[in-house]
Design a protein around this ligand. Structure first.
Ligand SMILES: [Zn+2]
Ligand SMILES: [Zn+2]
Length: 288
């Protein structure tokens, strides 16, 4: 009996050891493959795993990139600003062949394109692109799909912030990566080349329809300001603000403190949504 107990104890001991080993292995495996959370940080950049195959990369000056990994390829959405060795940092996260797409050609979204031999973008934004880019430009259009293997990322054209602004849709995950198309609390519609306010209304309507067809999370282009994904109410509020500006029925506009884009930018706000616009351009359009 005593011997049996000893054996039992011994077996238990071995089992505990085995269990501990398995647990350690599982947590190591989990750290790199399952559990979300911060995976990299230096003075320029913080990388956080948000979903099983998706990372948000936040720069210290509050620009954002997203990295999505499929079974065959990975896709980098936007290239941020001044990150030393961005390409080798991405290589720590994924070894899959990388495609690079920019949501639009503003410097805070296309700042590091020189790290990459080729990029994808909408042709309507080439007017804004830094001409020093020596790599190959590939053009997307509405409906274009990046097939990463098991994950498809679809392009949807959402002009207004810039003429060639696009959002990237992962319909399976219910995700939309929106760049600045709908802002990150504030959408800037006062920057040249200006689009009519109706163009923005149409983009909001298109986005609302995508949400009705399964998109649930809108990851914006300046994630550090919001630290969450937007939902339909944000887009609807934006559309209503834009309609109010067209019809003159919205909330009263206030001067916008950052005089970027035009001499006297104004802003209208409702809840967490703000539209910054050029009042002279709205008048000009109305008088046509
Ligand atoms: Zn922008
Ligand atoms: Zn931006």
């Amino acid at each position: 009996m005593r011997q049996l107990d000893k054996k039992k104890y011994k077996d238990k001991g071995i089992n505990m050891k085995k269990i501990t080993t398995v647990f350690v292995l599982l947590s190591l495996f989990g750290f790199s493959n399952k559990i979300t959370g911060q995976v990299f940080q230096n003075k320029d950049l913080t990388i956080t795993k948000l979903e099983s195959n998706m990372w948000v990369m936040e720069t210290s000056d509050k620009t954002t990139m997203y990295l999505i990994e499929g079974t065959q390829k990975a896709l980098l959405i936007d290239t941020g600003t001044r990150i030393a060795k961005l390409d080798s940092i991405i290589n720590i996260i994924t070894k899959k062949p990388l495609e690079v797409v920019i949501t639009h050609a503003h410097g805070d979204h296309a700042g590091n394109i020189s790290f990459f031999n080729e990029i994808w973008m909408h042709p309507a934004d080439t007017v804004l692109l830094n001409r020093r880019y020596k790599g190959k430009l590939n053009f997307v259009k509405d409906g274009f799909v990046f097939d990463l293997g098991g994950t498809q990322i679809e392009v949807s054209h959402m002009p207004a912030h810039t003429p060639g602004s696009i959002v990237l849709l992962d319909r399976k995950a219910g995700n939309c990566y929106s760049g600045d198309a709908f802002g990150s609390n504030h959408v800037w519609l006062q920057l040249k080349p200006l689009s009519p306010m109706q163009t923005y209304v149409n983009s909001c309507l298109k986005m609302e329809q995508l949400i009705d067809n399964g998109i649930t999370k809108i990851y914006c282009g300046h994630y550090p300001y919001v630290k969450k994904a937007f939902d339909k109410s944000y887009i609807t509020t934006m559309r209503q603000l834009a309609e109010g500006l067209i019809n003159g029925t919205g909330p009263e506009a206030q001067p916008y403190s950052n005089k970027v884009g035009c001499p006297n930018p104004m802003a209208v706000t409702s809840g967490e949504a703000t539209i910054v616009f050029d009042p002279d351009y709205i008048k000009q359009i109305k008088n046509k």
